[in-house]
Design a binder for this molecule. Structure first.
Ligand SMILES: Nc1ncnc2c1ncn2[C@@H]1O[C@H](COP(=O)(O)OP(=O)(O)OP(=O)(O)O)[C@@H](O)[C@H]1O
Length: 307
C-alpha cells in the first residue's frame, strides 16, 4: 500500500474567537518517514495535531490517518495514531506501569496483547515501573508520555514539541527511541523548535506560518534553499580589516588573520570568492566552508512573523 500515513487537504480552522488558525493547509506524510512540522509560535501546528487527535473540530477540509478519514472512520483513524502532547498531564497517583495499563484498556487493547513493561524498558523507565508518577523527573515524565502514546501500537506517532524542558542527554535518548521506532516501521511526525534536530532527524520538513503552509520539501532541498553561504579564510598576514569586494554580501574579521566572507550562492561560488580575495593582493593559507542550515531557511521564510 502506498497510501499516505497522514493526508491533509484544504484544512481550515477558525476558533470561536474568530482566530483563523489554519487556512487551507494541504500535505501528505509518507508512510515510514520522519516528518517535521515546523513553524513559529502560534503558527497552527498544535491545531493540526489536535484536529488529527480528534480534540479540535476542523472548520473545513479533510484529514485521514492511515487511509481512514477522520470524519467517516473516526475510530479507526484514532486507533492509527499516538499523540505525545506538549503538556505533561498524568494522574499523580498512578505508577507508570498502571498508567500504561489504564490507557491500553481505554484503547481496548486486550490484557494479553499489552506490552506495558516492554514500553517502559524502551523508554528506560523499567526501574520506575512501580514508582508514583509524581516522583518522576520532568524528563522521565516526558518519556512516559511517549510510552503512553504507543500503548495501542499505532502505525503513526506524533510528538508535539516533545523536547521542551528536557535536558540534552534525555533529549538524545528520546530521539534514539524515536529513530528506533521509525526503523521498526512507525511513521513519525514531530513538531519542534530545535531546527538542528529537525534537520538531523527528518526526511521531509513542512513549515507553517500564520496558518498557511509555506514550504514542504525533502530536508536536503529545504536546506539548499538558503541563498547565503560563507567561507572562512586564513590569510597570509595580519589585517586590520576584512578584504572588501562588491560581490560579497558581508566580510568580517574574526581573528587577526581570519575572515569570514558571506556570499550569495546564486551570484558566485567559493572559487570566485577566493579569486576575488587573491585579486585584492592576499595570499590564502586555509579555507573552510560553512553550509547554510535549516535555521537560515526558516528565518528567511518566516522572518518577523512570529506572534
Ligand atoms: N482554543 C483556542 N481558541 C482560540 N484561539 C486559539 C485556540 N487554540 C489556539 N488558538 C490560536 O490559534 C493560533 C494557532 O495556535 P497553535 O497552538 O495551533 O499554534 P502552534 O503553531 O502550535 O504554536 P506553539 O508553537 O506556540 O505551540 C494561535 O494564534 C493561537 O493563539
Amino acid at each position: 500500500m502506498n497510501e499516505a500515513a497522514i493526508s491533509i487537504r484544504d484544512l481550515s480552522k477558525r476558533y470561536a474567537t474568530g482566530k483563523q488558525a489554519l487556512d487551507g493547509v494541504s500535505f501528505d506524510v509518507e508512510r515510514g518517514s520522519i516528518f517535521g512540522l515546523l513553524g513559529p509560535n502560534g503558527a497552527g501546528k498544535s491545531t493540526i495535531i489536535n484536529i488529527l487527535a480528534g480534540m479540535v473540530q476542523k472548520t473545513s477540509g479533510h484529514a485521514s490517518i492511515w487511509g481512514f478519514d477522520i470524519d467517516v472512520n473516526p475510530r479507526n483513524a484514532k486507533a492509527s495514531i499516538g499523540i505525545v502532547p506538549q503538556e505533561i498531564m498524568f494522574d499523580p497517583f498512578f505508577t507508570p506501569f498502571e498508567t500504561l495499563e489504564l490507557f491500553a484498556g481505554l484503547y481496548g487493547v486486550p490484557k494479553d496483547k499489552r506490552h506495558s513493561m516492554e514500553l517502559l524498558k524502551a523508554v528506560r523507565l523499567e526501574d520506575k515501573a512501580d514508582a508514583y508518577a509524581r516522583t518522576l523527573s520532568g524528563g522521565m515524565k516526558r518519556r512516559l508520555l511517549v510510552a503512553k502514546a504507543m500503548v495501542h501500537s499505532p502505525p503513526v506517532i506524533v510528538l508535539d514539541e516533545p523536547t521542551a524542558g528536557v535536558d540534552i542527554e534525555l533529549r538524545q535518548q528520546l530521539w534514539e527511541y524515536v529513530v528506533a521506532l521509525n526503523k521498526q516501521g512507525t511513521t513519525v511526525v514531530l513538531t519542534t523548535h530545535y531546527l538542528e534536530e529537525a534537520e538531523q532527524l527528518c526526511d521531509r520538513i513542512a513549515i507553517i506560518n500564520h496558518g498557511k503552509l509555506i514550504a514542504n520539501k525533502p530536508t536536503k532541498e529545504l536546506v539548499g534553499m538558503a541563498r547565503e553561504k560563507a567561507v572562512v579564510l586564513t590569510l597570509d598576514r595580519d589585517v586590520s580589516e576584512a578584504p572588501k569586494h562588491e560581490a560579497f554580501e558581508k566580510a568580517e574579521l574574526v581573528a587577526d588573520r581570519t575572515v569570514e566572507i558571506t556570499y550569495n550562492k546564486d551570484r558566485m561560488n567559493a572559487g570566485e570568492v577566493l579569486a576575488a580575495v587573491q585579486g585584492l593582493g592576499f595570499g590564502i593559507i586555509d579555507v573552510t566552508t560553512k553550509e547554510a542550515d535549516l535555521e537560515d531557511v526558516f528565518l528567511s521564510l518566516t522572518s518577523g512573523s512570529a506572534e
